[in-house]
Design a protein around this ligand. Structure first.
Ligand code: GLY
Ligand code: MN
Ligand code: MN
Length: 442
């Protein structure tokens, strides 16, 4: 399976150095280890931007990039845990100082414990400090302390950076445009996630618990060495109307739909898929008519993910089709343009139609430039995820509609050849879903 190589990480550092300009320093730390409860941590996952530049997955690590006279003259230092026989017996392998240089191609490597000491000399005489301000209050305080220390030295003749800049501005833009290799990795994540959804369609039965269906997804992710890229949503019936439902602890009922929003992360890249299907394999007339509206909206929105189109175009198309559908069924009353203008559709569709996707499920990158929605460029990846949610207690609508929640979500790349759907391998038409489920049930 496809993986990034040290050459890929180096190219990213080269690119960052050019953006930084001469005589600058960038400091970037990985995530802190997250405490779960007594003696138990959450499994460590490196910070996305740190990993993007280093490929280094161990905790307690900080990367420093320093440019000198010209931006292509730069040094990459990695501060990391030293090798330690006893600690490695308890907690596993560490690359150590030699590994940082040999395997991760750092120009300089130091024990993480030396960071406070070494960083001061690196800060002196630099014009600009690039730092990811605001991610970790504790690390922010340390950086402030370093600046203060460097300032103290300045009085003795050396200089400290006179400008502090938000490093995320550069990294987020770099991460927003995916390379061909990144797309290939995201495709791999999507294929595994699509298999997981297909398995869920096969395995679901009335009376099954939502968590048991979630386990079927996790089985597929785990078989590929993957973990979910966000907390899985498995909501039967009206639970499908709760946008961030993650309890997944109710029985799935005959006659209800189940909404699954779940996908895995592969090689640090996320996928994000939602499918909604009938627990008993057959859509009811009300479920089917609403489903067809959402699907029509989704297909139109996907078609709008085209280079040069506004980021917002898929949402606008989805909103129009959803509103037309709701009006045709009498769920909304009035003129479609006015219902859109007054956002009356928000009673049944209250979220956006997508978000950037990449190393983070809600990936980095601005949505607007100079106050205007930006346009799609080749290599941007976005989710397209319209839905309709009829609250179980909504007395403005006939009883037969209440408690139906539907969302359909795919991951789409803007390419020179139009929209490329990474998650196409899991079925989504009524006919295809019913056909697949009918095969599974005997
Ligand atoms: N699964 C998170 C989202 O769809 O935004
Ligand atoms: Mn999403
Ligand atoms: Mn999702």
């Amino acid at each position: 399976m496809i993986k990034l190589t040290q050459e890929d990480f180096q190219q990213r550092r080269d690119c960052l150095a050019v953006h930084m300009g001469p005589n600058s320093i960038a400091i970037i730390a990985t995530s802190p280890v997250a405490y779960r409860n007594r003696d138990a941590d959450y499994k460590f996952r490196a910070d996305s931007s740190f990993y993007y530049l280093t490929g280094f997955a161990e905790p307690e690590a900080v990367a420093v990039i320093e440019t000198f006279e010209t931006a292509d003259d730069y040094t990459y230092s990695l501060f990391c845990r030293e090798r330690n026989r006893e600690m490695e017996i308890w907690n596993g392998y560490r690359a150590g100082i030699d590994g940082a240089i040999e395997d991760y191609e750092a120009d300089e490597a130091y024990a993480i414990d030396l960071l406070d000491e070494k960083i001061i000399e690196k800060l002196l005489n630099k014009a600009r400090l690039y730092y990811r301000i605001g991610h970790n209050a504790e690390f922010d305080a340390r950086v402030s302390q370093w600046i203060k220390q460097a300032d103290t030295q300045q009085r003795r003749g050396d200089g400290s950076p006179s400008q502090i800049l938000q490093l995320d501005r550069i990294l987020d833009e770099m991460r927003l445009i995916k390379s061909a290799k990144e797309i290939e990795i995201m495709q791999a994540a999507s294929v595994i996630s699509a298999q997981a959804h297909t398995r869920a369609m096969h395995q679901v039965r009335p009376g099954m618990m939502e968590y048991a269906l979630e386990a079927e997804l996790n089985y597929v992710f785990g078989q590929h060495g993957c973990v979910p890229s966000y907390n899985s949503i498995v909501g039967g019936g009206a639970n499908g109307c709760i946008l961030h439902y993650v309890e997944n602890n109710q029985p799935l009922k005959d006659g209800d739909l189940v909404l699954i929003d779940a996908a895995c992360e592969y090689e640090y890249y996320a996928s994000d898929i939602t499918r909604t299907f009938p627990v008993n394999g057959k859509f009811s007339p009300e479920q089917k008519v609403l489903y067809e509206i959402v699907l029509k909206a989704q297909l139109a929105a996907i078609d709008a993910v085209r280079i040069g189109n506004s980021y917002r175009e898929p949402h606008e198309r989805a909103v129009r089709i959803l509103t037309e559908g709701l009006a045709a069924l009498g769920l909304l009353k009035g003129n479609v343009d006015e219902l859109i203008e007054t956002e009356a559709y928000r009673q049944f569709y209250m979220h956006g139609t997508g978000h950037w996707l990449g190393m983070d499920v809600h990936d980095v990158g601005s949505y607007k430039k100079d106050g205007e929605w930006r346009s799609y460029e080749a290599g941007m990846v976005v989710t397209v995820e319209p839905g309709l949610y009829i609250a179980p207690d909504d007395e403005t609508v006939d009883k037969k509609w209440r408690g139906i929640g539907i969302r359909i979500e795919d991951d789409v790349v803007a390419t020179e050849h139009g929209p490329l759907i990474l998650t196409a391998e899991v079925v989504k038409t009524v006919t295809d879903i019913e056909h697949l489920m009918a095969q599974a049930q005997h």
